[in-house]
Design a protein around this ligand. Structure first.
Ligand code: DD3
Length: 329
């Protein structure tokens, strides 16, 4: 959805260059996002819950493991924030059930009209063991990875795993999510696609979360970067920030631009999140500011080949076992 509420809000303020670009990208892609489910069809109507992987009353989400037509599936449900532009309709169009009244205080349950009471739903199906594990609450351990450890432990492990990044290629080839692309630089060397991450519902700029995915396919992670990649990184940094300013009216001073190490998928990508929004994975143990990455490579072309990097691994992560076997933990 190129024309989201967050964008519409930004559009009404000023320039439209980027939304036009996004619309062109949308027009260019013939049926790019794949078939949309007809609104009447509910593929979750016969979902069978096996177990709750995790839940958070504070975050108002729940991660469920179950079966969808005999296939393993993970379903993520999350209540979305209340936005200012929905308030008038919320107040006028709801049923209000009184719970209690006491002096000047009263509490109610407000039954909102269905279109204002939507639950963001993500379905992974067929889900692998890895998907199921990913959402189970787990203890984490900080790993110290020397340059040599990367070569002898981490790299062989990620090569053997051959994690599928088909969904990334679908985005780059406009076979999926083409209508969600916010900006694209098509250059094969320094180009990238900028689009909203799955985690963002795009209803408010407050929790803005975009990812820039590189057209180059052979860069796995931070560890593969050398000064050779500076033009690519600078291009993403510069054009990504510019696109977000155009499209969402958010200046660079409101953005946190970073890479994950370890990443959750081994195709180079950069995260753009709004400052003040504590996005999952934006802590010091996993996030590397793109500005720092660029400077480090400028002062030492081999910086990320030689430095010791620290990152957390979950108790059930196969890579953690490899570090233990190697006596590095
Ligand atoms: C993923 C990391 C991966 C479950 C879930 C997400 N942004 C994605 C497919 C399409 C996407 C993402 C793996 C997978 Cl919920 C397992 O993320 C994606 N499209 N992060 C976008 N826009």
């Amino acid at each position: 959805m190129a024309d989201t509420a967050a964008k519409r809000e930004a559009d009404s303020v000023g320039t439209e260059d980027l939304s036009q670009k996004a619309k062109r990208a949308k027009a260019d892609s013939e049926n790019g996002g794949g078939e949309k489910e007809p609104e009447s069809k509910n593929i979750l109507s016969d979902f069978k819950t096996s177990s709750i992987l995790s839940e958070s009353a504070r975050e108002k989400n729940i991660f469920i493991h179950g079966k969808l037509a005999d296939q393993e599936a993970v379903v993520i449900l999350e209540k979305t924030p209340i936005t200012e532009d929905s308030l008038a309709e919320l107040f006028s169009g709801s049923r209000l059930k009184l719970q209690m009244r006491n002096d000047i205080y009263s509490t109610y349950l407000l039954q909102a009209p269905p279109q204002l009471n939507e639950i963001k739903t993500t379905v992974v199906c067929p889900a692998t063991e890895k998907h199921v594990k990913k959402y189970q609450r787990q203890e984490s351990f900080l790993v110290e990875e020397k340059g040599e450890d990367y070569e002898s432990i981490t790299l062989p492990y990620i090569q053997k795993q051959s994690f599928s990044v088909q969904w990334v290629y679908n985005i780059l080839e406009k076979k999926a999510e083409a209508d969600r692309i916010v900006y694209e630089d098509p250059d094969p060397e320094v180009g990238f696609v900028l689009l909203p991450d799955f985690k963002w519902d795009q209803k408010q700029v407050d929790n803005l979360y975009l990812i820039a995915i590189t057209h180059q396919r052979d860069i796995r992670s931070l560890r593969d970067l050398t000064s050779e990649h500076l033009p690519l990184l600078q291009n993403i940094f510069h054009k990504g920030k510019e696109a977000i300013l155009q499209c969402y009216k958010l200046p660079a001073s409101k953005l946190r631009v970073y890479l994950h190490y370890q990443p959750s998928y081994y195709h180079l990508h950069v995260h753009f999140t709004k400052l003040g929004y504590e996005a999952p994975g934006c802590g010091v143990e996993r996030a590397h500011l793109l500005a720092d990455v660029i400077q480090n490579l400028q002062s030492d072309p081999q910086y990320y080949k030689t430095r010791t990097l620290y990152f957390p691994l979950r108790a059930d992560d196969g890579l953690l076992s490899k570090f233990k076997e190697a006596g590095r933990l």
